[in-house]
Design a protein around this ligand. Structure first.
Ligand code: NAD
Length: 496
């Protein structure tokens, strides 16, 4: 089996130590997807040095020329979409259509950011003084440390790498160890697209050992992190003490609100894919469904029956609708939360066990699980479980539903199903979430709008989108005043 190596200065290189780790297929505990070289601090030093060296030239490469390389990368992603999708399913378990969707998001981001190369505009504006002009220009930030999770192993790196590149930054990319093989395949696309050496460097290894070292490295100017709240908060603290900009996208406890006049079939379908899509391992997964009391019983029963029909299995099989969770620790964590739910007194109406039939006994499969009569204060309704576990909560009216929705520390994605346009307006205004969906599940963001959460879900700056989104994260404004009067103008002395 070919060793997965670091990518530094345009070369696939071995790490200093001989140590390796394995990436396994969660649908089959015995299948090794890749053996990966494990980085230590010296490898990070080398990658940072490479990114620093490359920065001088890349920042001066005209943005439209940078865009051409990004365009080629998007073309190559499209060409290799099927094989990348299959690799993703093998490495992290999501079903093939979802994995292909993940690659498609990277393709979309590539084309979008390639175009931004011709639109990285600042502003010119009239001066108060004669013979003086002034403008703001967008410039890169410098060398970025990029740290990503495993649940969208190609799209999330693409959300960071494409905008960072178009703005003229160089970078060190540290993916989750669970999806190192996907990360290497993605980075290789940029090599094939002709991205010059040193601009994008890839290092593999455990976050606790090398991630923190990368984030606080003196050669790094800024950090972009996506992952759990606990790690994000820690990195925000680290960056705070050294005044280093960090954008952090973190966990969620998302909710779908179903009002009594909701189109029921649509709401059930939304709850199904919002709750159990990617085995509940999306940051935007609808792990809570708040249902108005008048239709609560009818909804619960229909939802239970529909979810019980989900076909669980290897995501490469055409008929499969839900794959495994990503690894043993996630498997144990989800089962622990199911136990907590039972102990808290929630009513288990579906699932609750590891799958044990046929091929599913070989992997980390958990039955689609639904708890009914969940109190909004229970741990299963407050904490991010990140697995196929949905809590049904009874709500009185819109006001009560919004209060429950807002009553967790998180604020990533919320949805409402109703036919009443007035209710949608109130929900849109009062739901404390970075993203609100109306008559659609909590999932399905498009890359041309900014993406991100508030409260414990995000730090304010956004991923994706152009102006107002990723461009604000990966570039900064420099302001230039030019006086061509040839004399010191009095008004200049009087100001500031
Ligand atoms: P995680 O926080 O465990 O790991 C994320 C990344 O951080 C990995 O690359 C990991 O190696 C690294 N890391 C771990 N400890 C570190 C440390 N001490 N210093 C530096 N880096 C460290 O998260 P995960 O399990 O990979 O992903 C799941 C989490 O990601 C969930 O909480 C999910 O909600 C969140 N997520 C959020 C978004 C979003 O956009 N808001 C998107 C996807 C996933």
């Amino acid at each position: 089996m070919e060793r997965i190596r670091n990518y530094i200065r345009g070369q696939w290189v071995d790490t200093r130590s001989e140590e390796t780790f394995a990436s396994m297929n969660p649908a089959n505990r015995e299948e090794v997807v890749g053996i990966i070289s494990k980085s230590g601090r010296e490898d990070i030093d080398e990658a940072v040095e490479a990114a620093r060296e490359a920065y001088g030239k890349w920042r001066l490469t005209p943005a439209p020329r940078r865009g051409e390389i990004l365009f080629r990368a998007a073309e190559l992603l499209a060409k290799h979409k099927e094989e990348l999708g299959r690799l993703e399913t093998r490495e992290m378990g999501k079903i093939l259509p979802e994995a292909l969707g993940d690659v498609q998001e990277a393709i979309d981001m590539g084309y979008y950011m390639a175009g931004e190369g011709r639109r990285l505009a600042g502003e010119t504006i009239p001066s108060e003084l004669p013979d003086k002009d002034m403008k703001s220009v967008r410039v890169p930030v410098g060398v970025f440390g990029l740290i990503t999770p495993w649940n969208f192993p190609i799209a999330i790196p693409a959300w960071k790498i494409f905008p960072a590149l178009i703005c003229g930054n160089t970078m060190i990319f540290k993916p989750s160890s669970e999806t190192s093989v996907c990360a290497a395949a993605f980075v290789d696309i940029f090599r094939q697209a002709g991205l010059p050496a040193g601009i994008l460097n890839l290092v593999h290894g455990p976050g606790a050992e090398i991630g923190e070292y990368l984030v606080s490295h003196p050669g790094v100017d800024a950090v972009s992190f996506t992952g759990s709240y606990d790690v994000g908060r820690r990195l925000q603290q680290t960056c705070g003490t050294i005044s280093r900009p960090i954008v952090a996208e973190m966990g969620g406890k998302n909710i779908i609100l179903v009002m009594e006049d909701a189109p029921l079939e649509l709401a059930i379908e939304g709850a199904l894919w919002g709750g159990f899509g990617t085995s509940g391992q999306r940051c935007t997964a609808a792990s809570r469904i708040g249902v108005q009391k008048e239709i609560y019983d009818a909804f619960s029963e229909k939802f239970r029956v529909t979810a019980s029909r989900l076909r669980v299995g290897d995501g490469l099989k055409k008929e499969t609708q839900m794959g495994p969770v990503v690894n043993e620790s996630q498997f144990n964590k989800v089962l622990k939360y199911i136990q907590i739910g039972k102990e808290e007194g929630a009513r288990l109406i579906l699932g609750g066990n590891p799958c044990r039939h046929g091929e599913t006994s070989r992997g980390y499969f958990i039955e689609p699980t639904i708890f009914a009569d969940v109190d909004p204060g229970m741990r299963i309704a407050q904490e991010e479980i990140f697995g196929p576990v949905v809590s049904l909560i009874r709500t009185k009216d819109l006001q009560d539903a919004i209060r429950i929705a807002n009553g967790t520390p998180y604020g990533l994605s919320a949805a409402i199903y109703t036919r009443d346009v007035n209710l949608t307006a109130i929900a849109e205004r009062d739901l404390d979430f970075g993203i609100v969906y109306i008559n659609a599940p909590t999932i399905g963001a498009e890359i041309q709008l900014p993406f991100g959460g508030i409260k414990h879900s995000g730090s304010g700056k956004k991923e994706a989108g152009g102006r107002g989104g990723a461009l604000e994260t990966y570039s900064q404004f420099k302001v230039i005043y030019r006086d061509f009067s040839g004399r010191l103008q009095k008004a200049q002395i009087e100001k500031e």
